[in-house]
Ligand binder design. Structure first.
Ligand SMILES: [Zn+2]
Ligand SMILES: [Zn+2]
Length: 374
């Protein structure tokens, strides 16, 4: 077995990082190196395994303590490091966070911080290849000045509200009715701060613009929502943060259309090309070119399939196809000579039924119609 890296180095954290920092580092790195976001990249996959393994040890207080004392030796011979590391749990965990909504996953317990919704617009080709986008989120974060307590005197913290005695609501008689309303003293919090923090005015949180990078996976569709768990607003006074929802809008492309994982590209052909047959060069979304053989007698609406040139399917190695949809363009503004040639061409036609079966068939039905047969 190759020399193992230090778990703290793997997660890019200091040895005294708290459990929250461990979790945050894991989440950030695991998203970055997740195999689904780095298809075919063996080094990213190896890194992902390292990250998952390091997290499995460092998130567990007992295992972490053992690792701090004995290093990797703590887990050799029967430990989790020996018998093929199981990182399946980490994988599921991350996907639940990222795609929880797309997959119809459950929502975790109640949180105090609000969820934040942001919209990110990406190009058609970015949706094809996947992209990392920086987004700026106006968010409330825990006030550093008071450590989220809302109190200028941290040790004192908040006291039970004297008006509602912690209920957050007060009752008042209004005519015949007993009306319950939000406590005017504590605004529903149930607690008041005697000496409020001057930075956050007792709220425990402050508003700040935060920039974070969202990794948008290849194959993402217009209207997809990605949930980043815990990246929403901080909850007041040490409560759980909300989630961040990133709504993806994919801009339309001037020459490509999408239907599921398949891509369609409408290619106009000159009448002569369609009649005589030709080879055309067509664009592929990844920026490359492909050649398509168009046989003689090709009609408008015929499709030519380029296998595997479509979008990748999320969470799978499957790929859609690309379809070249041909439309035959009738020439306009003919020169005198072209007109002569086409007149000659028309006069040359011997068997219309053979050369143009569709129009011949149609007009014979029209004849039948007028004769009362149809
Ligand atoms: Zn109150
Ligand atoms: Zn404060």
């Amino acid at each position: 077995m190759a020399t193992k890296l230090d778990y703290y180095a793997v997660l890019e954290i200091s040895r005294d990082a708290n459990s929250d920092e461990v979790k945050k580092a894991y989440r950030r790195l695991a998203m970055q190196y997740h195999p689904d976001r780095n298809p075919g990249d063996a080094s990213a996959e190896a890194r992902f395994k390292e990250i998952s393994e390091a997290y499995d040890i460092l998130k567990d207080d007992q295992k972490r303590a053992a690792y701090d004392r004995f290093g990797h030796a703590a887990f050799e011979g029967g430990g989790p490091g020996a018998g093929g590391f199981d990182f399946g749990g980490g994988l599921g965990d991350i996907f639940e966070q990222m795609f929880g909504d797309m997959m119809g996953g459950r929502r975790g317990g109640r949180r105090s911080g609000s969820d934040i919704q942001v919209q990110v617009s990406i190009s058609f080709t970015e949706a094809f290849a996947g992209v990392r986008k920086p987004i700026t989120v106006p968010t409330r974060v825990t006030c550093e000045s008071c450590d989220g307590t809302g109190s200028a005197d941290r040790d004192q913290g908040a006291e039970t509200c004297p008006t509602c005695h912690g209920a957050g609501k007060v009752r008042a008689q209004q005519g015949f009715f007993l009306v319950e309303r939000v406590c005017p003293t504590c605004h529903g919090a149930g607690k008041v701060v005697r000496n409020p923090c001057t930075v956050c005015r007792g709220a425990g949180t402050v508003e700040r613009d935060r920039t974070l990078e969202v990794a948008i996976p290849a194959g993402v569709e217009d209207g997809t929502r990605i949930r980043l768990s815990g990246e929403g607003e901080a909850g007041g006074k040490g409560a759980q943060p909300g989630d961040l929802y990133v709504h993806i809008a994919v801009e339309p492309h001037p020459i490509f259309q999408r239907d599921g994982a398949n891509i369609y590209c409408r290619v106009p052909l000159r009448m002569t090309q369609a009649a005589l047959g030709t080879e055309i060069e067509v664009p592929v979304v990844d920026g490359s070119r492909a050649k398509v053989k168009v046989p003689a007698g090709t009609q408008t609406g015929e499709n030519f399939r380029l296998r595997g040139k479509g979008f990748s399917v999320l969470r799978s190695s499957a790929r859609g196809d690309m379809y070249i949809q041909v439309s035959v363009e009738t020439p306009q503004h003919l020169t005198r000579r072209q007109r002569e040639l086409l007149d000659e061409f028309e006069a040359e036609a011997e068997d219309h039924a053979r050369a143009n079966p569709e129009s011949t068939g149609f007009f014979s039905k029209v004849r039948d119609f007028f004769e009362g047969k149809l």
